[in-house]
Design a protein around this ligand. Structure first.
Ligand code: GTR
Length: 434
């Protein structure tokens, strides 16, 4: 396996140099009590060497966009599949059916039309299915660009509007004890619907556990049984993040059937575990025009080799179903991973990407998220974009920096806020030249 040694680059107080990485000693991957406590001390971040996305498997330098496209990109994408997320799911797409179940033309005090479209994943079977809720601005010229962002608790938790269909997911695991009606609107602060509509964008959301439950019980429920390339005996079976990502691609198929939406201008976005999902989805499905990773952290935008906040051993122990079996073997040897998360961002190139952190979300390692942007930049540059736009220092709080790759670290905790949405809307304006 080939590695390059990045030249010594000083970013803030961290030196990334060649050589040695002190892997922390951990025991069994599944014994939580043997996993080292999280590291929040910058001085304890080991020195590490990142794999160079611009070196081909035979050691030669990738010097042209064609070489990236033909050689490096497929190789790196293949490594993310074999070592981390598993093969991207394959299924019989002729079994997918969309059914408009509700339309309301005067949502958001008349500013938007809300459609709910039910996606059947195995029609004529009625399950698994997921409802895609779409808000489309009324008073602008159509078709419009859109954000697609999955939600954590059900479409009806994103708004207090009593007309939004409450979730009906038989294998719901997060907040399973709540009755759907008790949680209507609880997540509304994360969804700046009015701002989005006022800026002329559509927004679509789907409850992630309707695609696939967030549980490690052998992938029996949700869409997993539909995958023709799923085989638990293989190390690289599609895991749960891959299933959610596949579901978002089906949501894009659905948006392609909505005439008011310009499906060539859909940004896939996600928060936290769903930020990891958005990155993996955007890396595989090049129909997405751009990607937003909100506080995605370990297994998302944060570099695994930094061993800061949540680490690979911890995430695999807590959520064994998110990643493939092979990834579980890397907890105590992250330096042997043939990939790191800057390359997940590079896989999105030349399409624009926004990575957002929060200063009180050290678990997600804001600096590690920033560094992934920094180290993805050479690929964006090779492909003729301004990339990270010369940014080489962590920006001040609440300042959005970069160009094709953008980054901010806002004040506050692990969350999606109005500030984040304002930055994403400005980003979308820049992406689509609006
Ligand atoms: C945490 C997990 C993170 C992040 C988060 C979330 O418990 O450790 O990686 O994904 O959950 O999705 O809310």
């Amino acid at each position: 396996m080939l590695r390059i040694v990045f030249s010594k680059v000083k970013i803030s107080n961290v030196c990334l140099t060649a050589l040695v990485a002190t892997a922390c000693a951990v025991g069994s991957l599944y014994a939580a009590d043997e996993i080292a406590p999280p590291n929040y001390d910058e001085s304890k971040v080991p020195e590490f060497t990142l794999p160079d996305p611009l070196v081909a498997p035979d050691g030669s330098k990738i010097e042209t966009p064609d070489q990236w496209r033909q050689v490096a990109r497929p190789h790196i994408l293949g490594l993310f599949k074999s070592e981390m997320f598993g093969q991207f799911p394959e299924a019989d797409l002729s079994k997918i059916k969309f059914e408009e179940i509700k339309t309301q033309k005067d949502a958001l005090q008349g500013k938007a039309t809300r459609k709910e479209i039910r996606i059947y994943f195995n029609y004529p079977e009625k399950t698994p299915k997921a409802d895609l809720m779409i808000l489309i601005p009324n008073k602008v010229e159509k078709p419009v660009p859109a954000f697609l962002m999955p939600n954590f608790q059900g479409n009806h938790t994103t708004t207090e509007d009593p007309d939004v269909t409450a979730v009906d997911a038989p294998f719901r695991t997060r907040n399973a004890k709540e009755k759907p009606e008790d949680v209507r609107g609880v997540a509304k602060k994360r969804w700046a619907f009015e701002k989005i509509i006022d800026r002329g964008y559509a927004v679509a959301t789907v409850y992630y556990e309707e695609i696939e439950p967030d549980q490690s019980v052998g992938f029996k429920y949700g869409v997993h049984p539909l995958f023709s390339n799923f085989d638990l005996a293989k190390d690289d079976y599609p895991a749960t993040i891959g299933a959610w990502a596949w579901g978002l691609s089906r949501a894009l198929d659905c948006l392609e059937t909505v005439p008011e939406i310009d499906a060539s201008k859909v940004i896939v976005a996600g928060h936290s575990r769903l930020g990891k999902t958005a990155l993996w989805c955007g890396a595989n499905d090049e129909r997405f025009a751009a990607v937003i990773s909100n506080n995605s952290g370990c297994g998302g935008a944060a570099l695994s080799r930094r061993e800061f906040g949540e680490r690979v051993d911890r995430i695999n122990a807590s959520f064994p179903h998110w990643f493939t079996k092979k990834f579980h073997t890397y907890g105590a040897r992250v330096n042997e991973l043939p990939i790191d998360e800057h390359e997940l961002i590079a896989l999105i190139a030349p399409r624009p990407v926004y990575v957002a952190s929060a200063n009180e979300d050290q678990w997600a390692d804001p600096k590690g998220e920033f560094l992934s942007c920094y180290y993805a930049d050479p690929v964006y540059k090779l492909l003729g974009t301004p990339g990270f736009g010369g940014v080489d220092t962590l920006p001040d709080l609440n300042k959005s920096v970069g160009a094709t790759i953008r980054y901010h670290k806002r004040t506050g905790v692990h969350d999606v806020t109005d500030f984040d949405w304002e930055m994403y809307l400005d980003f979308a304006d820049a992406v689509f030249g609006r």
